[in-house]
Write a protein that binds this ligand. Structure first.
Ligand code: FAD
Length: 276
C-alpha cells in the first residue's frame, strides 16, 4: 500500500492576532508531519494578498505550502502573475478551483470552469506544480446530474490534475461509490477525503447549506438536541468523525485532508483517537 497522505487546510487570517494564532496552530499540527498545509483563496475578493502572505510564512517555516487558486472573476494575466510568484517562492503544489463569484460581482472573467484553469497552469508552467482539484462525493450543487459531475471531474484530471481533495461529507458510502464510479470512468488519481471536524452546529449547518454537503438526519437531530451545549456537540462530533475516518482509511482512502478552520485541537483529537 502506498504512503497515506495527510494535510491540513487553513484560511488566511484577517488580523495580526489571527496570524499569531494560526502560527501556533501550524506549530502544533506540524508535529504530525503532514504532507502539506493548504491556504484558501477568496475568489474575486480582497483577501487574496493574505493567501500569498500566509503561504510565504508557511514556506519560511520550512513546511510544504499549497495555495488554493480560484479562477472565476480573474484573467489569464492575473493567474499567470500568481503562478510566477508562487514558482519564485518555491511552491510545488496548487489546489486549482473555479471558486464562486462574490455576490454583486458581475464578470466571470476569462475562465468559466476549473478544468480551464488546470489546462492553463499546465500550458504555462509544464510539470512544475502538483495540481489538486476539488471532487464532490455528494455532487456539486450546480451540477446538471451526478453523471455530469463525474464527467466534469474527469475533465479536470484529463486537463492535467494529479490528485483530488473532496468536499466534506459524513456518509462514507457516498465517498466509496463516487470513487468506484470515477474508477469506472478510467480516473485513477488519488481522491483524498476532506474531513470537517464538528465544533459548532450552527456554523456547520450554515456551511453545509451553502456547499451542498449533507448532514444526515440522525446526526442533525442529535446535534440540534444539544442546543448551546458545545461540549456535547464536540464529544458527539469527535465520535462520529473519528468513526468516519476509520471507515475511510480501512476502505482504502489514500489519506485525509482536514478542514481545520484554523484550529488545531479538533484535528489533533481525531488524530489521537485514530492512533495515527
Ligand atoms: P468546477 O470543477 O469548475 O465545477 C463547478 C460546477 O460546474 C460543477 O457543478 C460542475 O459539474 C459544473 N461544470 C464544470 N464544467 C462544466 C461544463 N463544461 N459545462 C457545464 N457544467 C460544468 N472556493 C474558494 O473560493 N476558495 C477556495 O480556496 C476553495 N477551496 C476549496 C477546496 C476544496 C477541497 C473544495 C472541495 C472546494 C473549495 N472551494 C473553494 C469551493 C469551490 O470553489 C466551489 O465548490 C465552486 O463552486 C466550484 O469549484 P470547482 O473547482 O469544483 O469548479
Amino acid at each position: 500500500m502506498s504512503k497515506q497522505l495527510f494535510s491540513f487546510e487553513f484560511y488566511p487570517p484577517q488580523t495580526p492576532e489571527g496570524a499569531v494564532k494560526l502560527a501556533a496552530t501550524r506549530n502544533q499540527l506540524a508535529a504530525l508531519h503532514p504532507e502539506f498545509f493548504s491556504v484558501t483563496f477568496g475568489a474575486g475578493g480582497s483577501t487574496q494578498d493574505r493567501t500569498v502572505e500566509t503561504i510565504r510564512q508557511i514556506k519560511a517555516e520550512g513546511y510544504n505550502a499549497a495555495p488554493h487558486l480560484s479562477c472565476v472573476g480573474s484573467t489569464r494575466g492575473n493567474i499567470r502573475a500568481m503562478l510566477n510568484g508562487y514558482k519564485d517562492m518555491g511552491i510545488k503544489r496548487i489546489v486549482a478551483l473555479r471558486g464562486d463569484l462574490p455576490s454583486g460581482m458581475a464578470s466571470i472573467g476569462e475562465f468559466q470552469y476549473a478544468n480551464e484553469l488546470v489546462s492553463f497552469i499546465r500550458a504555462e508552467t509544464g510539470d512544475h506544480f502538483h495540481i489538486e482539484v476539488a471532487a464532490y462525493p455528494e455532487f456539486h450543487p450546480q451540477a446538471k446530474s451526478a453523471h455530469d459531475d463525474i464527467l466534469n471531474f474527469k475533465r479536470k484530471i484529463s486537463a492535467g490534475a494529479d490528485s483530488a481533495i473532496t468536499q466534506y461529507f459524513y456518509n462514507p458510502d457516498a465517498y466509496f461509490r463516487y470513487v468506484d464510479e470515477c474508477r469506472k470512468q478510467g480516473v485513477t488519481v488519488p481522491i483524498v477525503p476532506g474531513i470537517m471536524p464538528i465544533v459548532k452546529f450552527t456554523q456547520l449547518a450554515r456551511f453545509s447549506d451553502a456547499c451542498g454537503a449533507e448532514i444526515p438526519r440522525w446526526m442533525r437531530k442529535r446535534l440540534e438536541s444539544y442546543g448551546d451545549d458545545n461540549e456535547s456537540v464536540q464529544t458527539f462530533g469527535l465520535d462520529v468523525v473519528t468513526q468516519l475516518c476509520e471507515k475511510l482509511l480501512a476502505g482504502g482512502a489514500p489519506g485525509l485532508h482536514f478542514y481545520t478552520l484554523n484550529q488545531a485541537a479538533p484535528a489533533l483529537a481525531i488524530w489521537k483517537r485514530l492512533g495515527l
